[in-house]
Write a protein that binds this ligand. Structure first.
Ligand SMILES: *[C@@H]1O[C@H](CO)[C@@H](O)[C@H](O)[C@H]1NC(C)=O
Ligand SMILES: *[C@@H]1O[C@H](CO)[C@@H](O)[C@H](O)[C@H]1NC(C)=O
Ligand SMILES: *[C@@H]1O[C@H](CO)[C@@H](O)[C@H](O)[C@H]1NC(C)=O
Ligand SMILES: *[C@@H]1O[C@H](CO)[C@@H](O)[C@H](O)[C@H]1NC(C)=O
Ligand SMILES: *[C@@H]1O[C@H](CO)[C@@H](O)[C@H](O)[C@H]1NC(C)=O
Ligand SMILES: *[C@@H]1O[C@H](CO)[C@@H](O)[C@H](O)[C@H]1NC(C)=O
Ligand SMILES: *[C@@H]1O[C@H](CO)[C@@H](O)[C@H](O)[C@H]1NC(C)=O
Ligand SMILES: *[C@@H]1O[C@H](CO)[C@@H](O)[C@H](O)[C@H]1NC(C)=O
Length: 459
């Protein structure tokens, strides 16, 4: 099918074309009807699944096909779990469950060994937000014997928090986990925003105030270094290099940075029973979000790249998590819903008009202001349309659960802390010592056998 960016063989391509012909239904979104919204998002998820081969030949469970990176799968599944919840449709439940479990890694901390050439703190963090969402939506927990979604979120949080680096810029997480990946000297907003939001959500969910203190610490740092401005402009910049002590700012602004910071602030507002400090921060951040990422008609757009036609695959997915964060903000900080809801409605209606492309007739585009498909297509375009549309339903279902309101996922406050990847530097030591111990035992056994044999031969 035309939307596939890579195909292994002509046969497969032909097969996909045959499959596509059956379903050329157009998207006709009535933003006031749950049935219409869920029909539309069902078609859109079908489009996402074209990029997910999972157990099919050439696919990987829990990963979308190249060129989509590991992190984007975490973002995509987060949106699909929301759809499972908001549309109360369990069609993808088993797929989602096995996808999440396939990528958890041997320590259940979302640092799978085979992603170590690409995985950064932000990638792990985005998966963490998805796991937290699974816990808050009471998404079916893994079977007994496997940690719950909550425990896995705690493992992500604990391993990220252990990488807090006070040696440069007065604190903050680096972009990269592993020293060998480029960007190790960059401290970016999204990594820290993910840690901030995970802490806020875990604090709200568990009632453990230690998390809220971490959230305060991370947010304060983001403001201190000037990544997040709490003045009238309320910019959220991308990050800076540690060589400049994080002062030489990369001033580009992305929806996902802004969204994850805003969402975290809304969780803090809710977890602190509506504190005036957090009310003021949420208000400012929301003002910034509406200023930079919605056009004069109230239609969402990716300001830094969309109109220049320079958005890469990652960036073409950012409006997805941004939409999720706006929806959650309107629920957790209800005073924002008068501002957020109309923007979601306008953007969802506009997004639907972009979903008229491709051989299937409902492939979504990037630019929602065009009134028709703009020629762009991909996993990111599908995800963004999915999340903005399903957030029309955000007030029709209960708010994110907590341990006190029916959330049943199993937790473990210490999860991940004994993992070998908690700290890369310590990790190297641990592995070396472990290997040495292992090697010593093997050597002893071999020597024993040889000596025994030699002794036997001698006699
Ligand atoms: C649930 O989702 C599947 C796949 O998206 C769709 O085929 C089905 O019609 C949906 N069920 C309902 C009741 O909407
Ligand atoms: C990475 O490892 C996991 C198991 O931990 C496996 O399921 C997956 O197929 C591997 N991914 C790739 C891209 O090789
Ligand atoms: C580096 O930045 C941090 C955070 O803004 C600040 O506290 C610290 O004093 C700075 N260090 C130097 C040497 O300028
Ligand atoms: C609260 O969270 C902190 C940080 O993870 C943890 O060390 C502590 O054990 C937790 N307390 C309880 C009662 O779970
Ligand atoms: C919020 O209110 C609840 C219930 O009244 C209380 O138990 C909790 O301590 C409060 N939390 C904060 C941070 O004030
Ligand atoms: C926290 O969120 C819940 C769920 O939407 C809401 O009912 C409650 O009013 C919020 N708390 C505050 C202080 O706004
Ligand atoms: C959450 O799921 C558990 C296990 O399936 C169930 O017992 C519980 O009632 C659910 N909670 C809510 C609020 O639906
Ligand atoms: C790490 O600790 C958890 C308990 O928090 C335990 O279940 C797990 O087996 C431990 N893993 C390793 C590798 O020691």
């Amino acid at each position: 099918m035309v939307r596939l960016l890579r195909r292994p063989s002509l046969y497969f391509h032909f097969f996909q074309l045959l499959l596509t012909v059956h379903n050329t239904q157009a998207i006709d979104l009535d933003i006031t009807s749950k049935e219409s919204i869920c029909d539309a998002t069902s078609l859109i998820q079908g489009g996402m699944m074209d990029y997910y081969w999972g157990t099919q030949y050439g696919g990987t469970v829990g990963m979308f096909q190249p060129p989509y990176y590991w992190w984007e799968a975490g973002e995509a599944f987060g949106g699909m779990i929301e759809n499972w919840y908001l549309c109360q449709n369990d069609t993808y439940e088993d797929m989602l469950k096995s996808a999440l479990l396939a990528q958890t890694g041997s320590n259940y901390d979302y640092i799978p060994a085979n992603q170590s050439m690409v995985e950064g703190n932000d990638d792990q963090g985005v998966w963490g937000l998805t796991l937290m969402g699974a816990a808050e939506r009471n998404f079916t927990d893994p079977d007994d014997g496997t940690p719950g979604w909550l425990a896995m979120t705690q493992a992500v949080f604990n391993t990220m928090n252990a990488r807090w680096d006070s040696a440069h810029c007065g604190g903050g997480l680096r972009w990269q986990i592993f020293t060998w990946n480029s960007g190790y000297n960059y401290k970016n907003t999204i990594s820290n925003a993910c840690l901030f939001q995970l802490a806020a959500r875990l604090g709200r969910y568990t009632g453990n105030t230690t998390y809220l203190e971490v959230a305060e610490k991370v947010f304060t740092w983001l403001v201190d270094v000037g990544y997040v401005l709490l003045d009238d402009t309320a910019n959220v910049f991308d990050g800076a290099e540690i060589d400049s002590n994080c002062t030489d700012m990369t001033q580009i602004e992305w929806t996902y940075n802004h969204g994850v910071v805003l969402g975290g602030a809304a969780y803090m507002y809710n977890a602190t029973n509506g504190s005036s400090d957090w009310e003021s921060r949420v208000t400012k951040l929301l003002k910034g979000a509406t200023t930079y990422f919605f056009d004069s008609n109230g239609i969402m757009f990716e300001n830094a790249c969309q109109e220049y036609n320079t958005c890469n695959n990652d960036q073409r997915s950012f409006k997805s998590i941004f939409s999720r964060m706006l929806g959650l903000t309107s629920v957790l900080a209800p005073f924002t819903s008068d501002t957020v809801d109309p923007l979601i409605k306008t953007s969802a209606a506009a997004a639907a008009k972009s979903c008229t492309g491709g051989t299937d007739g409902h492939t979504c585009g990037l630019n929602w202001a065009k009134g028709s498909h703009d020629g762009y297509y991909g996993l990111g375009e599908q995800m963004c349309a999915l999340e903005v549309m399903q957030n029309l339903l955000i007030h029709d279902r209960p708010a994110p659960l907590t341990g006190n309101t029916g959330g049943s996922s199993k937790g473990d406050a210490l999860a991940g802390l004994n993992s070998t990847t908690t700290n890369v530097l310590e990790n190297k030591m641990t592995i070396t010592n472990g290997d040495r111990a292992g090697a010593a035992i093997v050597t002893a056994i071999i020597l024993g056998v040889l000596t025994g044999g030699a002794v036997w031969m001698f006699f």
